[in-house]
Every structure is written in C-alpha cells, then in structure tokens.
Design a protein around this ligand. Sequence first.
Ligand code: AMP
Ligand code: GLY
Length: 433
Amino acid sequence: MRILVIGSGGREHALVWKLKQSPRVSEVFVAPGNGGTAREGAINVAVDAGDLDGLVELARKEKIDLVVPGPELPLTGGITDRMREAGIPCFGPDAYCARLEGSKAFAKDVMNRAGVPTARSQVFTDPDKAKNAVVKLGAPLVVKADGLAAGKGVVVARTTQEALDAVDDIMCKRAHGAAGAKLVIEEFLVGEEASFLCLCDGKTAVPLPSAQDHKAAYDGDQGPNTGGMGAYSPAPILPYDQAEAMADMVIRPILAALARDGHPFVGVLYAGLMMTGNGPKVLEYNTRFGDPECQPLLMRLEGDLVQIMLDCIEGRLRPESLSHTSQTALGVVVAAEGYPHAYPKGMVIEGLDEADALPGVKVFHSGTSMDGDKILSSGGRVLCVTALGDTLADAQARAYEGVKAIRMDKSFHRSDIGQKGIRRLEQLAQEEK
Ligand code: AMP
Ligand code: GLY
C-alpha cells in the first residue's frame, strides 16, 4: 500500500515510523515531512498541510491508498471530505466532526446535547454582552476564542480585569483573527489534566492508554507555556482499568450524537480532561493524535497501525484490534535555547544514531530538515527523545540518556518531564503501605 501522511512534526514522524512497520506498506509519502521522516525512508513532498488542492493532487498522482492527516488544520478544512470525493480513504473525521476541535462553541453544544460533563459555559458574539457576563460572574474565569488559534486562544483569568482584557483582545482587537468572532466564557476548574484518546470507526470507540503532556518550558512547571515539552503514557492519574468507563462518559455519547447528526466520527477523538474533585470534566476535544502524546502512545501500541486505521474507515474496529505494551513510554522534547520565544534555527544536530542505539530509545524529529547528509534544526521544538521503560522512572532515565547523546552547535534545553508523575506514583505507593 502507498500511504500519505500529512504534517511536519514529531507526531508525523512517529506515525511514519509506526506505519512503515506494517508489512502491507510499500511506500510512505509525507507532506511536507521533516528530517526525521526523510531518515525513516519516507518521501517528503513540499506540499503544505493546509494546501487541500495540492494534497488531493498529490494523492491522485502518487496513487495513494490511505491518507493519514496529523494536524487539525487539514481536518477542519475538510481534507477527509475532499479525499472521499476523490475516492481515497482518509483516516480522520469529516469537516463537520472536526468542528469539535475547530469551534469551542460547537464542542460545548455537542457536549451539552450528549450529556458529557464539562465546565458550565456561555457563548457570546457581542463583546459588550460578554463583558457584562464577566462582571456578573466574577473571576476566576476562563475566556476562550471560539476558533483555532494555534493553542493560544485560551485565557485563564485570575482577576475580573484580566477576563475583561481577554474579551477585548479576542473579540475587539481580534488577536487571533476570525477565531475571535465568537467566544466562550466558562467556569474555572481545578485539578490535574490528562489526555484520553480513542480510536473511532463511526460507532465503536476503542480507548488507547492515557497520556499526559507537559506545557511549561522549564523544570518544576515553571516558565512560559509551550506547545508541549514532552509527554508520557500512562498518566498515573488515569489508570487503564478506568479507560472503558471513561470512554462511556466522554467519548461514546459524542459518537452517538454525531452519528444522529448524520456524521459518524472516524479517526482519533481526544478528550482533554480535568480530573476535578467532582469527577472528570472535558476541557476540550481534539480530533487527531496529540503532539507530543502521539510519540509515547505509538511506542506502546502493538500490532499493525495500517490495519487499525483501515478498520476504523471501514466501520469494523474491534477492541481486539488494539493491544499495547504494559511498559511506560516517555518522550522529552529537546528545544532550542530561547523557545518558546525567539530561538536560533539551522543548528547542526549530531548523535542521533548513538541516541537511537540506546535500549528502548527512539528519537522523533519535531523541527528538523535534512541538508545532504546533515540534519539541521528548523523549529523551536527540535526533537522528541522517546523511551520505553518498566516504570515511569525507568522510561524517564532512558529518555534523558538519549538526550545526553545529542550534540548541537548551539545550546538547547529540556525540562523535567515525568517528575510530577513519578511523585504521584511515590505518593500512591506510600498510601498503599
Ligand atoms: P483548551 O484548549 O480548551 O484545552 O485550553 C487550554 C488549557 O487551558 C487547558 O489545557 C487548561 O490548562 C486550561 N483550561 C481550559 N479550560 C479550563 C477551565 N475551564 N478551567 C481551568 N483551566 C482551563
Ligand atoms: N498535546 C496537546 C495537543 O496536541 O493539542
């Protein structure tokens, strides 16, 4: 089979790596891909992930049998519908279902219709009405731009003034463009976050093990928020024996509601959860694999990912189709110094083979390009060094060893991914004694 993966980050490298393990695969194309996907033996093609016409043309020309979109942009733009019109199977939701991620107001409406636990919220299209509500409700509050804003459209406001300023920025100044035409104001929830992803075939949802990502740039949860400095699976706060109950609570009711709307959901449905004192609540849905959660999740997945994706598209996914190692996987992002603010590009990266040769370690590329036989950095998040271990502490130690093998001609940093989970596991062990 000939496969086309869409995207250019660590998630897409992990998808390429896993898909290429299937004996059914003859060729993998990536649009546009990165240095890691090229090293994996895939063919990078310079078509942007948002260029739907270009993607359809590429899939037709290369006689692609399966399209696997990584990021949200092509999904909300309707890549699955477009590929379907062209008769090419695509592992992802249609544009209607992708609005679960593309519009927070739509997601809230579906959650409320489906009876899924989530923060109380109101939707506004008029800034004055939104500001009146802010004053009436009082801080703390969360203000969210309705549309896609590259993860930057959510303001957790500790004071009423911050919430008023957020309404101003999002709606009046249009800090995130058209994404701010509507906004959602919601109740502030307290708890630990976890990522819960299911594979879906329109009616059946099969859970993956839980994961947790880590946004703060520096150790001890300090520093500015980033796109994600690493992730691990499982998240100790959400053990696998709770996965079926969680799918019943936050995923299956959504599939049923979308199917009633005439749009069965195919692909990955990802619930961002807040584990509160009053039980789990959904903060958001993503309609794709998370980055960097995908890297540890695919390290744990056993079996043929191509077959699993085809089963989803053809509506015959079964729980037995999926299995995963009981080991823990942890991915730690190697970031250019300065990230998430200004950072250098074009650093020469060495030591990749040494890192990959360490036991249980696989280096996924987040922002690299290939220049002859050299690998150069091209993004703030450069690599995601991922490792399997018998415990979270083992996986962390192995991933950190992998980072030590990496050399660049300018400085880079990583944060202490896994520390919070290790502390929680130690606490749990104490409580059990
Ligand atoms: P979202 O894109 O909706 O997941 O929001 C991004 C981040 O904002 C989440 O990962 C949370 O850390 C935080 N957040 C979102 N909604 C809430 C909420 N209702 N209460 C507290 N924090 C929230
Ligand atoms: N790791 C969060 C996301 O992919 O949106």
